[in-house]
Design a protein around this ligand. Structure first.
Ligand code: AMP
Length: 189
């Protein structure tokens, strides 16, 4: 089994690349952001709970995350592995994930860190705002999401570096180029 965390700031291409990785290696793609957006569309209790956090560019409280992730994982019978996209985003979530993986007899194989500088990211997110109209892609919310990323999520790079699980991959360039860079690393594992 191969379990990959794809890690990077908002707008780094995590979503696009993790779908491609899941397809190529036959893995299950789990995006907590996609799960939340679906719940919001369906106006479920969870959707109603998380909506205002997402619209402000804040993180959804940690205690809501691990059960959602577990539910998304156990739905799949005998998976070849998982690609986690947008999870974990805090140290608490990373520790919760460690516990969950242990409980399930699984291990994180690799944490791929997409390296993209901030100017590039702001440009990409503003462009996505025009194209997709995501409600959390306007300029103020984008700035807040980047701040939240720096303050709460970036420290995870060290967390996984210490566990010797992280690999930094250049996230600038065309989609296929970046994908090839990611696959090169995955193929070494
Ligand atoms: P994403 O599509 O991964 O950029 O996620 C969109 C939004 O969903 C984020 O800005 C957060 O508000 C929320 N979200 C997604 N994943 C998480 C997570 N692991 N922890 C907390 N909030 C999350």
């Amino acid at each position: 089994m191969i379990n990959i965390i794809l890690f990077g700031p908002p707008g780094s291409g995590k979503g696009t690349q993790s779908i491609k990785i899941a397809e190529k290696y036959g893995l299950v793609h789990i995006s907590t952001g996609d799960i939340f957006r679906r719940e919001i569309r369906e106006k479920s209790d969870l959707g109603i709970k998380v909506r205002s956090f997402i619209e402000k560019g804040e993180l959804v409280p940690d205690e809501l995350l691990i059960d959602i992730l577990k539910a998304a994982m156990v739905k799949h019978h005998d998976p070849k592995g998982f690609v986690f996209d947008g999870f974990p985003r805090t140290i608490t979530q990373a520790s919760d994930l460690d516990k969950l993986m242990e409980e399930m007899g699984l291990k994180i194989t690799l944490v791929l860190v997409l390296d993209v500088n901030e100017d590039e990211i702001i440009g990409r997110l503003l462009k996505r705002a025009e194209l997709e109209g995501r409600s959390d892609d306007n300029e103020d919310v984008i700035k807040n999401r980047l701040k939240v990323y720096r303050d709460e999520t970036e420290p995870l790079i060290r967390f996984y570096e210490e566990k010797k699980l992280s690999e930094i991959v250049d996230g600038i360039g065309g989609i296929d180029n970046i994908f090839n860079n990611l696959c090169e690393v995955i193929d070494r594992y």
